[in-house]
Design a protein around this ligand. Structure first.
Ligand SMILES: [Cu+2]
Length: 161
């Protein structure tokens, strides 16, 4: 988990240091959800849906997910395989309002960040939990970026309707 925590910290630091819109500078509008705090606060977390996702050699199970927009979710991403795997879904991760990312209890921690690009779950049971509210609709790709895992079948989709 240490590696994932570090990349999340770097991602949020980069966002915080971004320059303000001054009228002189024409920075592109952020392509992530900037009012996550409001969305997360307004969501009914009692209605949160939990989806268990297993990573193994070489697949995501389930491979194709269908979610509803404007709904709170928890993804429990567990690596049941014998090798480390990534759950990389950068476009999807930018399309939702983030509450937090947790590594497994009792030993672990929690990250709060506007968005990030990848999750790594370590072999033999490594588990990461994502808490978010879906905002944008569309179909987003998921891939494991390690070696040739993509070619071996570690791809999937998340569709938000
Ligand atoms: Cu993999």
């Amino acid at each position: 988990m240490r590696k994932s925590i570090l990349s999340l910290a770097i991602a949020s630091a980069a966002i915080l240091s971004g320059c303000a819109v001054t009228g002189v500078h024409h920075a592109a509008a952020p392509d992530y959800i900037t009012n996550s705090a409001e969305i997360v606060k307004a969501a009914n977390w009692d209605a949160m849906e939990t989806i268990n996702i297993e990573l193994s050699e070489h697949d995501f199970d389930p491979k194709h997910l269908k979610l509803k927009a404007n709904k709170p979710y928890r993804f429990v991403i567990k690596n049941t395989g014998e090798a480390d795997h990534y759950y990389t879904a950068g476009d999807f991760f930018k399309s939702v309002a983030w509450r937090k990312v947790m590594s497994s209890r009792p030993h672990g921690g929690e990250i709060k960040a506007p968005y990030f690009t990848a999750i790594e779950a370590f072999k033999k049971g490594g588990t990461v939990e994502l808490y978010f509210v879906t905002v944008k609709t569309g179909t987003f790709g998921v891939v494991c970026t390690i070696d040739d895992h993509k070619e071996k079948g570690m791809t999937g989709t998340i569709t938000v309707e």
